[in-house]
Design a protein around this ligand. Sequence first.
Ligand code: GDP
Length: 312
Amino acid sequence: MTEFNLAGRRVWVAGHRGMAGSAITRRLARENCELITATRSELNLLRQADVDAWMADKKIDVIFLAAATVGGILANTVRPAEFLYENLVIETNIIHAAWNTGVKKLLFLASSCIYPRMAEQPMREEALLTGALEPTNEWYAIAKIAGIKLCQAYRRQYGCNYVSVMPTNLYGPGDRYDMEGGHVVAALIMKIHAAKITNSKTVELWGSGMPKREFLFSEDLADACVFVMKNYSDEMFLNVGTGRDITILELAQSIAKVVGWQGTFTFNRSKPDGMPRKLLDVSRLRALGWSASTDFETGMKCAYEWYVANRA
Ligand code: GDP
C-alpha cells in the first residue's frame, strides 16, 4: 500500500489537551504537517453546527479523533449519562462534519473496553459484539462501539477513509490526576507519592488487586496512531497494546519502586474489580510492522516525573 503522506497537510488533533491527544500532537512535530487545534472556548464539540462551521473554515485534511469524556472505573459507574451522551455526540459531530467538509482521512480512538467481559484472552478484533459488556464501563463502551461503526458506515456508504484503533489502558504525561475519577495508574501514582511524602506505611488499592490489565505508554500509542494513519486504510479496526499484562497488585508494586516508597498494600473490596482480565491480541498491528518500544519502567518514570513537575 502506498503511504498516506502527512507532510504539508492540515491535521487536526481533536482532544489535544488530553493524554492521548497531547502525545499525538508531540509525535506530529516530526511529520512536517500543519498542526491545528482548538480549545474548549474556541469550539464546543457538543454542537454540530459549530463543528461543521469550524471545520469548513479551517479546511481540515486529516483528523486524529482523540476527544472524549474519559475516566476510571468509578467515574464510569457514577456518571453513565455523561459518558454515553457526550461521547456519542462528540464522535457523531466530528465524523459527520468530516464527511460534510471532505476530510481525506480520519483516525478514531476507541478503547479496549469495547470487548465482551468474558471475551477469550488475548482479545482479538473479531471478539467485538460477541457477548455482554463489562457493566462498570458499558456506557463508555457503547459510545465507542458506535464510533467504530460510524467510521465503518461512512466508509461503506460514502467511501470515506476513516479508520479506528483500540488502545489498551494508557499511562503517561498529562494523565488525569483525579483520585476518584481517574484511571488506576494516575490514582496509584498520587496515592503512593502521598504515602512517601507523609511517611505512611500502607496504601489502599480498590478491589482485590487480582484483575489483570495491559498498560501502554501514551507516546507509544501516539506513534502507533501516526503509523496507522500513514499505513492502513481498511474497515477493520486495530488493537494497540504491548501484548503483556500484569495484576493490579504488580502494577502497584512497580509504581512503588519508581516512586521510591516501601510499604504494604491493603485492599478495599467494597470497590469494584471490573473486567477480570483485559489483554489485547496485537498480532494484526504487529504484522503490519508496528510494535510498542517503551519498557514499562522507563514509561512509568516519565509519567511520575511529569506528575511531580506539574501536579504534585
Ligand atoms: P478499568 O480498566 O476500566 O477497570 O479502569 P481503571 O483503570 O479505573 O481500573 C483498573 C483496575 O484497577 C480495577 O480493577 C480497579 O478496581 C483497580 N484499582 C485499584 N486501585 C484503584 C484506584 O485507586 N483507582 C482506580 N481507578 N482503580 C483502581
